[in-house]
Write a protein that binds this ligand. Structure first.
Ligand code: 5GP
Ligand code: MN
Length: 349
């Protein structure tokens, strides 16, 4: 694993820096990108940022914490993003663990001559794809880890560049990845939150911004799904919901509006696995998986071409969304048996 000294050395001269994140960027991805950007700008570097596709509207306020007005999307400005990565002296890859996961950015990232630096908290990082890798899967979020890295960097340089702008951005990612401090939280997560509040972060205000900025259509969609789509399976201890293309149209669905829905069925006693399947504009299906205790990253990897964390994972399948529920139950049954997770009650088959 890389050392802070390596990072200190590479940042010792002003650089042209590209920061990139993953598709469907979430609060942790955007927060870590903008937090790092704010820090690097304070240190005198020139920074640009890009993700494959758009961030949800309710999270776009996080970019206000940076001076850089360059937050580009590969889907809308492909040439500019390719040029930005090509011209960079240094590329930071945040909140994903291998180049393949960056999808439409993968080619640009592989082609670029500049060192790629990984900062991430997903298990099984592809270390050989990066010149320098900071990977700590026990961290609640990339933002939490970023805070400690930047704090160390300040200590080592004798500077105080980690200021309120940076902390505000990073706090947003901790809020979203921990589901407002309800999962993956360690003592260090709470110490960092406390340190950030000492720096001036207003927890209530950011929590309002992150969780209270949705359109009413989101609640209508949730009500509709709970009423019409939720399917429980007692034998498999699972539940799933489906957002098909008709439902998307009906509620004028926007990216990010189903955030958190997949966690809801886990509030039911006995439910160990929850899944959400959403129609993708490319005709396939996006998959979100959650569990109380069993590894769903392995399930995502084996059957849905994806991966993620032990209790929160995702992927994509080339299948009509309407069929995904049945496919999920078939896969889950095999998975439970192969991994010997628990005895399946044959009576209720
Ligand atoms: P979500 O269900 O919120 O979209 O994703 C939960 C987690 O699963 C993400 O934080 C990410 O770690 C992982 N994940 C989601 N989609 C994919 C995917 O397509 N590939 C991989 N490798 N991981 C994913
Ligand atoms: Mn994350």
């Amino acid at each position: 694993m890389a050392e802070i000294q390596d990072l200190k050395d590479i940042l010792s001269n002003p650089r042209k820096i590209a920061i990139v994140g993953h598709p469907n960027p979430d609060g942790d991805c955007i927060g870590s990108m903008c937090g790092l950007c704010a820090y690097l700008e304070a240190a005198g570097h020139e920074v640009k940022m890009a993700t494959p596709d758009r961030m949800p509207d309710n999270l776009s306020f996080i970019t206000d914490y940076t001076k850089s007005k360059n937050f580009l999307y590969k889907e809308s400005e492909p040439e500019k993003v390719s040029a930005m990565i090509k011209e960079a002296d240094l590329v930071f890859c945040l909140d994903f663990n291998n180049l393949g996961r960056s999808k439409s950015l993968e080619h640009d990232l592989r082609q670029c001559g500049a060192p790629r630096i990984l900062i991430d908290h997903h298990p099984f990082p592809a270390l050989d794809e990066f010149a320098m890798a900071f990977s700590e899967p026990q961290r609640s979020s990339t933002c939490e880890y970023m805070y400690d890295i930047l704090k160390e960097l300040d200590k080592s340089n004798g500077t105080r560049l980690l200021g309120i702008e940076c902390a505000n951005a990073l706090f947003c990612g901790i809020l979203t990845d921990t589901n407002v401090f309800s999962n993956s939280v360690t003592p260090r997560t709470l110490s960092i939150a406390s340190e950030m509040m000492d720096l001036g972060v207003d927890k209530e205000c950011l929590q309002q911004k992150v969780t209270g900025g949705y359109r009413p259509e989101r609640l209508s969609l949730l009500g509709y799904l709970l009423e019409n789509s939720l399917v429980f399976n007692d034998r498999l201890k699972s539940a799933y919901m489906i957002i098909d293309s008709a439902t998307k149209k009906r509620f004028d669905f926007r990216n990010g509006e189903s955030e958190g829905f997949v966690n809801i069925p886990l509030s039911i006693k006995g439910v160990e696995f929850s899944a959400l399947f959403s129609h993708n504009d490319d005709g396939g299906t996006r998959v979100s998986l959650r569990s109380r205790q069993y590894p769903v990253n392995k399930l995502a990897e084996k059957y849905f071409g994806g991966g993620g964390h032990l209790k929160a994972a995702g992927g994509r399948i080339d299948m009509e969304t309407e069929k995904a529920g049945m496919y999920f139950e078939e896969c889950l049954e095999k998975y439970i048996m192969d991994e010997k997770l628990f005895e399946l009650n044959e009576d209720s088959k």
